[in-house]
Design a protein around this ligand. Structure first.
Ligand SMILES: Nc1ncnc2c1ncn2[C@@H]1O[C@H](COP(=O)(O)OP(=O)(O)OP(=O)(O)O)[C@@H](O)[C@H]1O
Length: 636
């Protein structure tokens, strides 16, 4: 159960059997599909009982309370553990505090990329397990820091890979040059015994995602391109043969130690199984995924795989090979539980219910009350989120057209590169790839007064992907500096033309983070790469990293944190869409919601059923951890 505070007791006021429950599984039985169900979570039993209005009917189940670690407990005891009467009261949960991780040198995690916050204890623990070579799937509600953790993992692997490259080079030199003849020669006993360096590099990491845009966001490619499977439509055997014909792709499969796939919720089961089979065959290794360490990230409650022709899809967790890699025995699925994006407990709780398709009557009333216009000081409007592309284009064009100030057009400069198989793209292909895989526009029309959103991180930790503002002027870099207008350090990376007048943007003040203020910045041209599977640019676009922000598709907003949001839910058409949209907002105060009705809250039934046991088990384990941390246990 995600928490900004600690949640332990579920009070059901209206449901099949009102009362207090200690597990979500029991609670869900009372409220799911019960018309008008009302429930709420509390950190103490007394509060929950009072709120439920039902006394003496608590369904406290010892079995569920001590589920996972009780295996260990029961090996020695006949009864569940109890705190000694003299034991101190439970403390605030230490594990939700932010800490700087400490690891032994061989597993040191140097942490997050520039501008990211330090990892929480839970994020750091997952990083440590991944650096120990375990395949791992980390999931979690929106805003629990999956992307932050992923960036830290990539950074740690890159550092290790550099060290490993140096070691492998030395190892080969020793292996080949021993006795001056090489190990293939007559060499000494020592040289014959020397182990041949392995082809697989443990720290060589494939950085991929299910979509091009998600891939660009983490500095990787699509998993399709990395794997050399094109659209992945052919049978596995045909794809395998295709890969063998391409030496570079086959070598990539064979030498990689670990593979990241981000936004795994959008990969369907058939592709997952095909990749697994290909991995075994290409790597000549019978283990699942050919022994490749798999690092998956994503949230199945968010956007599902894109349905093709038949309009049906199966989730990756329904793939037949999934449970060979991720299962209870390995304990290698973890849900990040602390929500960082939203600070209000109440909002976090509403989102948590919504993620599972649940909404109480009280919360419906609250969400309906958000259909109002929020007045912001300084007049910077919220970003509008809509389900459909066509709506977005119309709204932005109309709003820009209504401004009477002169238009400034910034044309992107696209530079073709090469694909991972060495094929040089032409100009049209490069532009098509950039349009498909990035949100950066080919042609950007701006006017003073336009609402814009930044589409890249500025590495300063202040201006981030998703920051919004209003264009207030156009200036050369020199003039802006003379006027004291700040220019992000990253802005100089693209060596922009000194004669060009670039947009000056008044950035929305960030209310919910300390040390951040409204400010004017000049945003010159910068660059974005679509990388091929070898990490080299397949195409590069130089452009001002802004888009019009009166309207944005919910799809493109995935992964973003938005300070001021306006959402129209009229045309919601897929499970998870309402949740993705609303969870972009950081506060209820700065959220405008149009046309909210409970039926817009849809979660996929198969995802709910799949997630329940492991989320339950994790919640129980955390309760267990609390118990042993906070209690002086009797019986040991
Ligand atoms: N350990 C942390 N300490 C403080 N803030 C954090 C931490 N981890 C993440 N955050 C912040 O929480 C917000 C959401 O993080 P992030 O985008 O990584 O979440 P996510 O789980 O990937 O969300 P989504 O599923 O919506 O894409 C960001 O503003 C990020 O800086």
């Amino acid at each position: 159960m995600p928490k900004s505070g600690k949640v332990k007791f579920y009070a059901v006021r209206r449901g099949r059997q009102p009362g207090v429950y200690t597990t979500w599984e029991e609670t869900a039985k009372q409220v799911i599909q019960f018309p008008g169900a009302v429930h709420k979570s509390f950190s103490t039993y007394q509060q929950a009982e009072r709120w439920s209005g039902v006394s003496g009917r608590a369904e406290r189940s010892p079995d569920s309370t001590y589920l996972t670690s009780q295996k260990h407990w029961r090996a020695r005891h006949n009864s569940p553990p109890r705190c000694r009467p003299s034991s101190p009261l439970p403390q605030a949960k230490a594990k939700s505090a932010t800490i700087h991780p400490h690891f032994p040198p061989e597993h040191s995690a140097t942490g997050q990329s520039a501008g990211d916050p330090p990892l929480s204890e839970q994020q750091a623990r997952i990083l440590a397990r991944i650096l120990n070579g375990e395949s791992f799937f980390f999931t979690g509600s929106a805003g629990t820091g999956k992307s932050v953790l992923l960036r830290a993992i990539i950074k740690a692997f890159k550092e290790r890979e550099r060290e490993e490259d140096e070691n492998v080079e030395t190892h080969w030199r020793d292996y080949l040059n021993d006795d001056g003849l090489g190990a293939r020669g007559r060499g000494s006993r020592e040289s014959r015994d020397r182990e041949k360096p392995t082809a697989v590099k443990r720290w060589k990491l494939g950085v991929t995602a299910s979509t091009g845009m998600a891939g660009v966001n983490i500095g990787g490619s699509t998993v399709h391109s990395w794997a050399g499977v094109g659209l992945g439509d052919l049978p596995a055997q045909k794809l395998y043969e295709k890969i063998l014909r391409n030496k570079i792709t086959a070598t990539r499969w064979r030498t990689t130690g670990a593979l990241i796939i981000d936004e795994i919720s959008m990969i369907d089961a058939t592709l997952f199984d095909k990749l697994e089979e290909i991995a075994r065959k290409v790597r000549h290794d019978p283990r699942p995924f050919g022994g490749l360490q798999l690092i998956l990230s994503g949230d199945f409650f968010q956007l599902p795989p894109v349905a093709k022709g038949s309009n049906t899809y199966a989730f990756a967790f329904e793939a037949s090979s999934w449970s060979q890699i991720f299962n209870r025995d390995k304990n290698n699925i973890t849900s990040l539980t602390r929500v960082f994006r939203q600070k209000e407990d109440h909002f976090v709780r509403i989102l948590e219910g919504m993620r599972r398709g649940l909404i109480s009557d009280e919360d419906v009333i609250l969400l309906k009350s958000l259909e109002r216009q929020v007045e912001y000081e300084g007049g910077i409007e919220p970003v509008g989120l809509y389900p459909q592309k066509s709506e977005v284009a119309t709204i932005n064009a109309a709003r820009l057209g209504a401004l009477t100030t002169p238009v400034q057009i910034f044309l992107a400069w696209d530079v073709p590169g090469v694909t991972s198989s060495g094929y040089a793209l032409d100009q049209t292909q490069a532009t098509a790839s950039l349009d498909r895989n990035t949100i950066w526009p080919k042609e950007l029309e701006l006017k003073v007064g336009a609402l814009v959103m930044l589409v890249t991180n500025m590495q300063d930790g202040v201006l981030v992907n998703g920051s919004t503002g209003i264009v207030v002027d156009f200036m050369t870099l020199a003039d802006a500096m003379a006027e004291g207008i700040s220019s992000p350090a990253a802005a100089f990376g693209g060596a922009p033309n000194p004669e060009t007048a670039w947009p000056v943007v008044e950035i929305t003040p960030v209310k919910h983070a300390s040390g951040k203020h409204s400010k004017r910045v000049i945003i010159p041209s910068m660059s974005v790469d679509v990388l091929n599977a070898q990490g080299k640019p397949e195409a590069t676009r130089y452009q001002v990293p802004l888009i019009l922000a009166w309207a944005l598709t919910i799809h493109k907003s995935q992964g973003q944190t938005l300070e001021r949001v306006k959402i129209d839910l009229t045309k919601i058409f897929v499970e998870g869409q309402t949740y993705v949209a609303i969870s972009r907002a950081v506060s209820l105060e700065n959220l405008e919601l149009k046309n909210f009705t409970p039926d817009r809250v849809m979660a996929h039934r198969r995802v709910i059923e799949w997630a329940r046991p492991f989320e339950q088990e994790q919640a129980d384990e955390e309760q267990w951890d609390d118990l042993v941390t906070n209690c002086d246990l009797e019986g040991y």
